[in-house]
Ligand binder design. Structure first.
Ligand code: G4P
Length: 295
């Protein structure tokens, strides 16, 4: 996708965020890295390892309600092979949240024993929450702290200050702004992030994006689009994304005066339906096909 190659992720803002995260590291015991369960590889900031250095860490595979459960299991096993604990969460309903604090305590077991030996029993555990925009950091912290707070935007010029939340006796979470990396080296990673809405639609051509998504789904999950949009494999095979988008618009009766297909409306529908998992639970990054995740 041409336009994704040139996107610069507010470098000043991101550099500031990076510095802030680095300066807060001395205050925390562990880092919880939120990834999107539908694409754990693509939603992981490749800079993260160098930022969080050697702090103990664990992975939260959020939005697991929208991912293929079998693939999520494979990802958890894959992280385990890398020596990283990963837990699957659904912050929409709260499913899996109870596993979070025990998992952190498990990751920090040696430290907690050392604290206990020094008479620091019950010392507060401080965990920093990091993740790309839209991955569910606010939802996770709200769920954990059982309180609603104002949604703070990941926008340049708007300070989303680091904030502490007490989520249980002796357990604090530190929120951080969403960070994307300055530019995408891998075009497909950029596209996948746009599909799930981590790249703001306002800076993208949504018809082009929806077309690319339809092509991707045709190649990887053909049954889901055929069922949702009442298309046949013959109709979509060998077609360009824009042509499939037109077919979707036609099937949905999305027409403008003169009988022309309203591809803008069709694009909005396709993106909305994909993002709300109306097309089914899907995992776009497969554990066995991805390089090691650098966390
Ligand atoms: P952020 O702070 O990392 O930017 O993400 P945020 O919590 O704002 O979540 C982004 C969107 O993802 C929200 O939807 C939120 O409801 C949704 N979300 C978060 N966790 C989960 C999850 O585990 N499962 C599902 N299905 N959705 C999740 P939204 O449409 O932008 O807002 P809202 O209308 O839900 O409030």
């Amino acid at each position: 996708m041409e336009e994704l190659k040139t996107i610069q992720w507010f470098p000043g803002h991101m550099t500031k965020t990076r510095r802030k995260i680095e300066s807060q590291l001395k205050l925390i015991d562990a880092v919880a890295v939120l990834l999107d369960a539908r694409m754990p590889y693509s939603s992981c900031n490749p800079d993260l390892r160098s930022v969080i250095n050697n702090k103990p860490r664990l992975v939260i595979l959020n939005k697991c309600d929208m991912a293929d459960p079998a693939e999520t299991k494979k990802w958890i096993a894959r992280f385990r092979e890398q020596g990283i604990t990963a837990v699957a969460l659904d912050c929409k309903t709260g499913k899996g949240l109870n596993n979070f604090i025990p998992a952190v305590k498990n990751v920090l077991a040696d430290r907690i024993s050392a604290w206990n030996a020094k008479g620091m029993t019950g010392r507060t555990i401080k965990v920093m929450v990091v993740g790309i925009p839209n991955v569910g950091k606010s939802s996770f912290i709200n769920r954990m702290s059982k309180q609603n707070r104002a949604k703070v935007e990941d926008r340049p010029g708007v300070t989303r200050g680091n904030q502490w939340f007490t989520v249980g006796k002796g357990f604090d979470l530190l929120d951080t702004p969403g960070v994307l990396w300055p530019k995408f080296d891998d075009k497909l990673v950029g596209e996948k992030l746009a599909y799930i809405g981590s790249v703001k639609d306002e800076i993208l051509d949504t018809e082009h994006l929806a077309g690319r998504l339809l092509e991707y789904l045709r190649d990887n999950f053909p049954d889901s689009i055929c069922a949702r949009y009442k298309l046949t494999n013959e109709e979509i095979s060998g077609k360009q994304g824009y042509e499939i988008l037109e077919l979707v618009g036609k099937k949905r009766g999305m027409l403008i005066s003169g009988g022309e297909i309203n591809t803008e409306r069709a694009a909005a529908a396709v993106l909305d339906e994909f993002r709300s998992a109306a097309l089914g639970r899907m995992t776009l990054d497969r554990a066995e096909e991805c390089d090691e995740i650098r966390i």
